[in-house]
Ligand binder design. Sequence first.
Ligand code: PLP
Length: 375
Amino acid sequence: MTADPILLTPGPLTTSLRTKQSMLHDWGSWDGDFNAITARVRESLLRIIHGEGTHECVPLQGSGTFSVEAAIGTLVPRSGHVLVPLNGAYCQRIARICQVLGRRLTTIAYAEDQPVRASDIEAQLKQDPSITHVALVHCETSTGILNPLTEIAAVVARHGRGLIVDAMSSFAALQIDARTTPFDALIAASGKCLEGVPGIGFVLVRRSVLERCEGVSHSLAMDLFDQWTYMTRTTQWRYTPPTHVVAALDAALAQYFEEGGLEARGARYAANCSQLLEGLRGLGLRSFLPAAIQAPIIVTVHAPQDPRYEFKRFYQAVKERGFILYPGKLTTVETFRVGCMGQLGAAGVPGAVTAIGAGLESLGIKVPRPQRLSA
Ligand SMILES: *Cc1c(COP(=O)(O)O)cnc(C)c1O
C-alpha cells in the first residue's frame, strides 16, 4: 500500500495511526463499554471550554452543518429573529439555514477580508429589539479570517440576547473560555482541530438555555433537546450512533490531552501557519489576508497571475507529490487554500511548500528560487 497523501484541508484531515487503529473494533450501541466512551468524550469536550457544571455537550450524528442546523432549530424559537453577520461562505450557510427553517433573519454584510465588528452588532441590537439571537462564525474557514468572538459575546450578553457560535474550525485550537465568554451554544465537530475522523458534530449549550428548549425544534432527528434528555436518561445515543467515529474521537481526545491540550494544539498550528506563510512568500505567492486577522487554521493564497495557471492541473501536480490542497471559495478573486491542521509531521509544511513550488513549475510557471534565510 502506498502512503496516503497528506491532507492540507480543514477536515477531513490527516489523522494519526493511533486514531485510525482505534476504529478496528465493532461496538454495540447499547453496550456499557461503548456508552462509557460516549460519556468520556462528552466530558472531555466540555472541559476544553471550561464548561463543566454550566454547559451540556450534545453530540449529533452527521457532519458539522447538521449540528449547526440542529442548534438553530432547537434554540431559536419559531418566533425568534436571528442576526447573522456575513463575511464568508459559512456565515452564508447559517443565513440559509435560518431561511430554510423559517426563522426571521437579518444580516450585516462585510467584505470577505473584513472581520465582523462588535460595534456594528451593538448598533443593530440597539436598533432592533426583536432580534433574539446572534449567530457568529468564529473562524471563517472560507478565507481563514478570525472574527472577534470575545468582544461580540460581551456585546450580545450586555443586550440580553442569545449567541450561537459556529466554532467548527477554531474549537480546541484557539482559546474559548465559557467562564468568561458568554454564549448560549457553541458548535464544533469531530474531524477538525481535534483531529478525529468526520461523522459527528456537537453542540456545547448553556444548561439553563437548553432546559427551556423542549418542543422548539421543527425536526425529530435534529432535536438537540430530545437527544440530550434521551442521552441523559439512558446513557445511549438516540438512533444508531456512528460507533467507530465516536471511538476515534475518544482516541483523538486522549492524544490531544497528552500533547498538552489547547495550548499545544494552538501552538503547533500557529507554527505550521507561519512556516507556511514564509514558504509561500518565498515562492512569490501572496496570502489573501493580512497577518493580524489570519487565524492559524487555513491560509487563502492568491493564485499566480499567470495565464498558464489552472487550479485542477496545479492540484493534480501537487497531489502527485503527496499533498492534497483545497480549492478557493471566493467568488471575486482566484485563490487556493492550504490547511495548517492535522497530523502533518515535522516534514509536512516544508514538504508542502516544495510540492507547491514544483507543482507550479510543472505548469510552466516561473517560481523564484527558494531563498536562504539570513543567519
Ligand atoms: C467545516 C465547517 C463547517 C461544517 O461543514 P461540514 O461540511 O458540514 O462538516 C461549518 N462551519 C465552519 C466554519 C467550518 O469550518
